[in-house]
Every structure is written in C-alpha cells, then in structure tokens.
Ligand binder design. Structure first.
Ligand SMILES: [Zn+2]
Length: 66
C-alpha cells in the first residue's frame, strides 16, 4: 500500500483524484488531496498523522501559574 486513500487532514477520498500531493513523513509517504491540506499537515503533523487518526490525545490544560 503506497499511500493512504483518505486525506488525513480533510478526510476526502483520494482514489482517482487529480492533483494529489505525496509527502514523506516519518519514513513513509502520506498523500493529501492538495497543497492546502499538506500545509495544514505540516503545521500540525502530530494531530493529522495517519497513525494518529481516531486516536487524538485529549488536550490537557494545566494551570502552571501556581
Ligand atoms: Zn485534504
């Protein structure tokens, strides 16, 4: 399987879609539906990484002003 079939950023179907972009992330190719989604991914790779889809850790806001 060369790449994912679903854009990890927007969830769009990539099969047969023109203008997709492949990006190497952690040694493997990740496919996006376009540069817009790739740029979003590059800003928040930990959130949108395919391995992390559906397993996004909850944000923990701790008051460190003590
Ligand atoms: Zn997308």
């Amino acid at each position: 399987m060369p790449a994912n079939r679903i854009c990890p950023v927007c969830g769009g179907n990539l099969e047969g879609r023109p203008g997709t972009v492949d990006f190497q992330y952690k040694g493997g190719p990740v496919r996006f539906c376009g540069m817009t989604c790739l740029r979003v991914f590059q800003q928040f790779p930990e959130i949108y990484s395919p391995q992390g889809v559906g397993d996004v850790p909850a944000l923990t806001l701790e008051d460190s002003s003590a």
